[in-house]
Design a protein around this ligand. Structure first.
Ligand SMILES: *[C@@H]1O[C@H](CO)[C@@H](O)[C@H](O)[C@H]1NC(C)=O
Ligand SMILES: *[C@@H]1O[C@H](CO)[C@@H](O)[C@H](O)[C@H]1NC(C)=O
Ligand SMILES: *[C@@H]1O[C@H](CO)[C@@H](O)[C@H](O)[C@H]1NC(C)=O
Ligand SMILES: *[C@@H]1O[C@H](CO)[C@@H](O)[C@H](O)[C@H]1NC(C)=O
Length: 439
């Protein structure tokens, strides 16, 4: 047998086994790298969406240029210039190919290795994000996973052996990142939603966590065991919020089309508006300090932004988010005690803590701009999101934010590395994703 032919046979066999769950050990024996986890499923919003909204009627879509301008590996639909945080994580786990397909276009054969259910504009509450149009709320993403489990159970890969499927799913990483839109596109959007009238921030947190916990319990019932729960970042410091805070008219940079009446457009879609001034602090200073749980320690120090911009975070929003993250961490701790969801393991990603660390060491990461989107319109490039065919900044790796809401690929890569490998329990609690996968 000639070696070319042998190599082909081996490659085909390896591919077949990589596809068949439960045989990763044998794939390793053939010399192919063995993934740390055989599969990963993703539930979330636009921070993780990789194209599930492409074919639905929604403003929360990113399948147009310049979104994905640095992404060449697959279909468009990511809300950034390149890869998302979960794209990097599936790669770090050793999944091959490294990217998960969106559920919307996944083939049955993709399901055992993992798919991405995330949907831009979605939240824990079903009505969250309705102001932007269609999307798949958390409960529908879980419904999609339920359907996927049904399909897998009947597939030849598991030969109708339910315990084999359960065993497989128990080794997968379930990444869940929800909640940003329950604030941005619900609670703090009083013209569309009455939740702020009906709930105090504390009661709203309780409402969200109740829904969250119910959906996690559903996933557990379907076979999920290894959970990664991402907290909400400092959304009071994103360019969108900074633009609303900064009443001074700082120049918006060379990429802003000066002919566009940004102010007028902004107001007409209810993004603009300079409400009364409140106590100001700089972006990325955390009004609640960092106690490793996104909670409060009462620290009030402020850090200037590395680029010297006189920015100001919206602390009303940040303190509501701090309360939510604290509750989320408590939920993770409660689940890890194991009385309810036996045999499950949870990791909490403190995105606030990671974001602050990145901002503090911005220069070391090559970031020079922390308070403006690379692509956008108006103050901080944050009043309107990046428009079709708009020209983004050239030095994308120098920006933490790609648009008014979403990090650049460069920032996503750092967040992913922290989630995957950080040894700081302030960032990953009680362990990192690498350790979770190895359990
Ligand atoms: C899987 O099998 C069940 C039970 O026979 C059946 O109800 C279901 O429709 C099947 N699903 C698929 C996708 O074939
Ligand atoms: C189902 O799969 C499990 C685990 O792989 C195995 O131990 C068991 O023998 C299988 N059952 C049948 C009926 O094939
Ligand atoms: C912060 O955001 C809230 C909610 O959108 C808003 O009501 C408030 O006016 C903002 N604060 C400032 C100083 O702009
Ligand atoms: C975390 O600790 C492990 C084991 O001590 C080490 O190999 C790894 O480099 C550390 N990771 C980071 C990001 O420091």
């Amino acid at each position: 047998m000639d070696y070319g032919r042998l190599a082909l046979v081996v490659a085909v066999a390896a591919a077949a086994m990589a596809w068949a769950p439960g045989t990763t050990r044998r794939v390793a024996a053939w010399g192919a790298p063995q993934p740390l986890a055989p599969c990963m499923y993703v539930f979330g919003d636009s921070l993780a969406d990789n194209g599930n909204n492409n074919d639905i009627l929604s403003l929360a879509r990113a399948n147009y240029r310049p979104y994905g301008i640095d992404f060449h590996e697959g279909p468009p639909g990511r809300f950034t210039n390149g890869r998302t945080m979960v794209d990097f994580i599936s790669d770090m786990l050793g999944l091959r190919p490294p990217l998960l397909p969106p559920y919307a276009t996944a083939r049955p054969a993709d399901l055992p290795r993992g798919v991405n259910f995330a949907s831009g504009a979605s939240g824990i509450l079903p009505e969250t994000g309705n102001n932007l149009g269609g999307h798949y709320p958390m409960s529908e993403q879980v419904d999609h996973f339920r359907a996927a489990v049904g399909d897998m159970g009947n597939s030849s890969a598991f030969r109708g052996n339910a315990s084999r499927l359960t065993e497989h799913l128990g080794r997968c990483v379930f990444f869940v990142g929800m909640g940003s839109n329950d604030y941005l596109n619900n609670y703090f959007m009083p013209d569309y939603y009455d939740t702020a009238q009906r709930y105090s921030p504390r009661d709203y947190t309780a409402l969200l966590l109740q829904g969250y916990s119910a959906q996690i319990t559903e996933l557990y019932g379907l076979g999920a065991r290894k959970f990664v729960i991402a907290g909400v970042g400092l959304i009071g410091c994103i360019p969108y919020e900074l633009a609303r805070m900064n009443n001074d008219n700082r120049p918006s940079g060379p990429n802003t089309p000066s002919s566009v009446g940004a102010e007028d457009i902004a107001i007409s879609i209810r993004i603009g508006g300079g409400e009364g001034r409140r106590r100001r602090s700089s972006p990325w200073s955390n009004p609640n300090g960092g106690d490793g749980g996104g909670g409060s320690s009462g620290s009030t120090e402020t850090n200037p932004t590395p680029n010297g911009a006189a920015g100001a975070c919206n602390e009303t929003i940040n303190s509501a988010v701090a309360m939510y993250n604290k509750g989320l961490l408590s939920m993770v701790k409660r689940f890890n005690r194991g009385a309810q969801l036996r045999g499950s393991r949870f990791v909490f990603l403190d995105t606030v803590e990671s974001g602050k660390d990145v901002a503090t060491h911005a220069a070391a990461h090559g970031f020079t701009v922390l308070d403006r989107g690379c692509c956008g319109v108006g103050r901080n490039n944050g009043q309107i999101t990046c428009l079709p065919l708009q020209r983004p900044c050239d030095d994308r790796s120098a920006y933490m934010f790609w648009d008014a809401f979403h990090p650049t690929e460069a920032a996503n890569k750092i967040y992913a590395a922290k989630a995957f490998g950080s040894n700081s329990t302030a960032e990953v609690y009680p362990m990192n994703i690498r350790q979770l996968a190895a359990l």
